[in-house]
Write a protein that binds this ligand. Sequence first.
Ligand code: KE4
Length: 443
Amino acid sequence: MEQPSTKPAAPQTTSRNDALFERAKKLIPGGVNSPVRAFKAVGGTPRFIQRAQGAYFWDADGKRYIDYIGSWGPMILGHGHPAVVEAVQKAALEGFSYGAPTEREVELAEEIVRLVPSLEMVRLVSSGTEAAMSAIRLARGATGRSKIIKFEGCYHGHADALLVKAGSGLATFGNPTSAGVPPEVVQHTLVLEYNHIAQLEEAFALHGKDIACLMIEPIAGNMNFVRASVPFMKRCRELCTQHGALLVFDEVMTGFRVALGGAQSVYARSIPGFKPDMTVMGKVIGGGMPLAAFGGTRAVMEQLAPLGPVYQAGTLSGNPVATACGLATLREIAKPGFYEALGERTRSLVTGLTQAAQKAGVPFCGDSEGGMFGFFLLGQLPQNYATVMTTDSPAFNRFFHAMLDSGVYYAPALYEAGFVSSAHTAADIDATVDAAAKFFSAA
Ligand code: KE4
């Protein structure tokens, strides 16, 4: 019998992506199970991915892409890392889910606490949204306060209290950003401008005694890539301490992505002894499987059921297959030299793109930390959401599609960050920069 071909199918003349998208739209709202995948911001047909390996994935037409999404962060080792695949296969043969405690959940909790010094305890959940939502409830329960602070441009998942945009000034609280969220649900959420110290101080002066927590993306990957300035972050820490509010780091994207100890370890280099009170994690800790976590000091975490009065639960929390995937991933990234090599590779991408743009006279700037990067078709790095959104989005969309046609898959939205894995080679970076240089020179 003829052996089936192992070569990827040759790209077909009619796009299977189009056909699949039409089919999907009949049964799944927008044809996708998460809005950003629909390419609405950039236009065109989303690519339906058939398989992935290392730094690459292949779409339904058999076209290969260098993948700079990495499932929006989780795939820090690239796709199909042998040690991770083996761990998942072994776990799957032992059973998918028990609804009972397992040793591997303890091992994963021990590894997370070992690697993130601010954590004394963690609770495992299944998504970043669930982790952030639970952290808010816990902060409110632990402090007995209702108000929370978030920042414009930061995304913490789709829990109602966090789907909110700035109200009119500091005296008023947020307005919903989504239908279906009643105004009263966000009335306790104050939305401030990222990196705006004076506004932060005024908010605490007005509401300090009522604030349960301040939740922040320490490097905002949902504004593409915007760092909190050290002075700003220092004031967040000081004001939370002064007013008895909890500083909650949303490290769903940055955790184990920008450094082994997360973004908090990056800030601790500039702010001696810096620690948040709680940390929300996801993405990398699941290695691509549905797993997230939130953690903090023992005093706060022991307010959680079944010990304390703050309820939180989940059928698949700490799932045996997901914890095997996460644990195998953490063990690989904890190896000596992993982040030095990854950081260097990521920096080489941003440097190459910047040089190519500058050579062509195209406004371009970028930044990176560990395996996370961002770039802007702007002359200088933005410090807040309003500036990010001054980007010429038609120009970004042309860039996105030119790169996509060249087999380079960036995030399909100008406010999203990008990710490099340990599977990306120098040749992949060179090919990416070459494709960008062609676009810039013709722009
Ligand atoms: P999930 O519920 O999507 O697992 O995590 C929500 C979340 C929380 N906090 C931060 C900082 C996040 O970036 C996210 C989710 N990130 C988006 C990308 N910007 C996931 C992609 C998507 O929504 O499809």
